[in-house]
Ligand binder design. Structure first.
Ligand code: ZN
Length: 277
């Protein structure tokens, strides 16, 4: 019950800010290092937001009637391609896990991340959230960032706009109910983006996040291969794609136990984006 109360309080606090985050500071600001975060912002595609009217102009308008709007509407910033990496400074990398949560694999991933005091991103599917609510609550408690990966993991490029909206909106609702905040990040299943997905994501306050290095764990190539791909692909700014659901992910679980200490030993800081306000 205390957790529910906490979520409600956080929801109330965040309700205003979360509504249209994409129209504000777009890009990736990292959570791990406030000093770095202040100066490492990936610029968003598209024009800068239009500046608001000077407040003094409003005072000359009658309080009622049909004068100009009191605030100029913000222009929605819609990307045409997803973000594929995070700022390179400070040897930052980011680990992401898709398709969960799953009771067989996600707890082991979370245990390993906790052992090394590392935060990651989880792109969740709505149909998995509603049967594994406690795992989403654990992600929130342990400081991980969750993103929207649709409800049923469909190929969005075969769907119409209203079907895509349903997939995305219902998943954001489920995340809010379980994680306590609406997601600010979205990842298209199979990395198959289209214009409607970018537009709808922006309308729902989410930035599109892809990846730099595919661990290929979804092909179950063997733990050694997954470890090699991640370790050889390691570089500042890299976002790693892995999975904690959608099939037998025991290789993904074992691989993380090997490559995570390797990355840390090699001076990488595993981080997540800071919440946009
Ligand atoms: Zn997926």
């Amino acid at each position: 019950m205390q957790k529910d109360q906490l979520f409600t309080r956080r929801r109330l606090l965040l309700a205003g800010a979360a509504a249209l985050g994409a129209a504000g500071t777009a890009g990736v600001v990292l959570a791990s290092d406030a000093e770095d975060a202040a100066r490492t912002v990936v610029p968003a595609a598209g024009p800068p937001p239009r500046s608001a009217l000077k407040s003094s102009a409003f005072r000359l308008q009658p309080l009622t009637g049909y004068g100009p709007p009191r605030t100029e509407p913000r222009k929605l910033r819609v990307r045409t391609e997803p973000i594929m990496e995070i700022p390179k400074s400070g040897r930052h990398m980011m680990l992401t896990f898709d398709d969960g949560p799953n009771p067989n694999y996600t707890p082991h991933i979370l245990d390993t991340l906790a052992k090394y005091d590392v935060r990651a991103m989880f792109f969740l599917c709505g149909e998995c959230i509603v049967v594994n609510r406690e795992l989403v609550a654990r992600m929130a408690e342990e400081g991980h960032v969750v993103g929207n990966h649709t409800w049923t993991h469909p190929l969005l490029t075969t769907m119409n706009r209203s079907e895509i909206r349903d997939e995305m909106a219902s998943t954001s609702d489920a995340i809010e109910d379980t994680y306590g905040e609406r997601p600010q990040w979205f990842r298209a299943p199979y990395g198959a983006w289209n214009r409607a997905a970018f537009q709808l994501g922006a309308e729902m306050g989410m930035e599109p996040m892809a990846w730099t290095v595919d661990s290929t764990d979804w092909t179950t190539p063997g733990t050694r291969t997954i470890v090699d791909i991640v370790e050889h692909g390691a570089a500042p700014g890299v976002v790693v794609l892995s999975h904690d659901a959608g099939g037998d992910r025991s290789q993904s679980v074992k691989a993380l136990r090997e490559y995570l200490p390797y990355l840390l030993d090699n001076g990488y800081h595993l981080t997540v984006p800071r919440r946009r306000t």
